[in-house]
Design a protein around this ligand. Structure first.
Ligand code: FE
Ligand code: FE
Ligand code: ZN
Length: 274
C-alpha cells in the first residue's frame, strides 16, 4: 500500500477497502536514503485509531538493495540502506522487512550466496537491538537473482550468525515463474511439502498472492490479477483454505491505480475461494 502522504496514510487506504493485512515501503522505494522518520510521523502511525483493524502490518525493502552487488559503492549503499530500513521498520513496530536476497551479477551463485550471508551478518551485527526481522523472499530467478530455489534460502539461513533474525516470505508469482508447479491442488501440496522439508514452514511469515503474466519456469517476474494470469485458481484456493496458512498474512502486489478498485476486485476473488 502506498505511503504517499506519510506512513499513517497507508493505514487509512488499507482500511478503506477492508484489508486485514498490509505491506508498505518504509520510505520512497526508488531512493537509496531518506531523512529519518520524525517522532510525530511515528506517533501518527502507531497511535492511529484504525491501526488495530489491521491484524498484520509489515514492510518491503527498497528494490535498489542488492546484498550481492559486485560494485563496492553499490554494495556499501545496500548495506547502509538495509540497516536504515530495518531501523525505520522497527520504529514503526513492524515484525519483518521483506527482502529479495540479491543478484550475483555474473559472479556466480556460490559467490553471490557468500556475499549475501556476509552482508546479512554485517548489517544485523551493527543493529543488535533492532527487533524487526528480515524476511527473505522467494524470487523468480530473473537475470542473476538468487532465491528462486528453496535451497538458496535454506542455505543462507543455515550459514548466518543470527538465523533467528531471518524468516521467509513466499511469493506465488515468483515460485511459479521460478519453475515450481502450483497448477493443481496436489501439485501445490507437494511444493509446500518441499518448502517444509528444505526451509521449514515455521519460518514462513507472509505470503505474496500474485498471479503471473508469464509462464511457469519463465524466470520472468510480471504480476497479474488473481485468476487472470497463468497460475490458475488452484494455488490460491489451497492457500486461502488451508488451516496452516490461516494466521499467515497474505498481501497482493498486483497492478493497481490510485482508486484501489483493482485491489477490491482481487480481494473479492480471493475471499470467494474461502
Ligand atoms: Fe518482493
Ligand atoms: Fe513479492
Ligand atoms: Zn515479483
Amino acid at each position: 500500500m502506498s505511503i504517499g502522504g506519510g506512513v499513517h496514510a497507508a493505514i487509512e487506504r488499507a482500511c478503506s477497502i477492508g484489508c486485514t493485512a498490509m505491506q508498505i515501503f518504509v520510505k520512497n522505494n526508488m531512493q537509496w536514503f531518506a531523512r529519518p522518520l520524525t517522532r510525530p510521523e511515528i506517533g501518527a502511525f502507531l497511535k492511529h485509531t484504525q491501526r488495530r483493524e489491521l491484524l498484520s502490518v509489515f514492510a518491503h525493502a527498497n528494490y535498489l538493495i542488492n546484498l550481492a552487488a559486485t560494485n563496492p559503492q553499490f554494495h556499501a549503499n545496500s548495506l547502509r540502506a538495509l540497516a536504515e530500513e530495518l531501523i525505520r521498520a522497527d520504529q514503526l513496530k513492524l515484525p519483518f522487512l521483506v527482502l529479495h536476497p540479491g543478484a550475483h551479477l555474473g559472479a556466480g551463485e556460490e559467490a553471490g550466496l557468500e556475499s549475501i550471508i556476509e552482508s546479512i551478518d554485517r548489517v544485523l551485527s551493527g543493529i543488535p537491538k533492532i527487533k524487526t526481522r528480515i524476511a527473505l523472499e522467494t524470487t523468480a530467478g530473473q537475470g542473476s537473482c538468487l532465491g528462486s530455489k528453496f535451497e538458496h534460502l535454506a542455505y543462507i539461513i543455515s550459514r548466518v550468525r543470527e538465523p533467528e533474525r531471518l524468516c521467509i516470505c513466499l511469493d506465488t508469482a515468483h515460485v511459479f515463474a521460478a519453475g515450481y508447479d502450483i497448477g493443481s491442488e496436489s501439485a501445490v501440496r507437494k511444493v509446500f511439502a518441499q518448502f517444509h522439508r528444505i526451509i521449514g514452514l515455521d519460518r514462513l511469515v507472509a505470503i505474496h498472492l500474485n498471479d503471473s503474466k508469464t509462464a511457469r519456469g519463465s524466470r520472468v517476474d510480471r504480476h497479474e490479477h488473481i485468476g487472470k494470469g497463468k497460475i490458475g485458481l488452484a494455488a490460491f484456493r489451497f492457500i486461502m483454505r488451508n488451516r496452516r496458512f490461516r494466521k499467515i498474512p497474505k498481501v497482493l502486489e498486483t497492478p493497481k491505480g490510485k482508486d484501489l478498485r483493482e485491489d477490491v476486485e482481487n480481494l473479492k476473488t480471493l475471499r470467494a475461494l474461502l
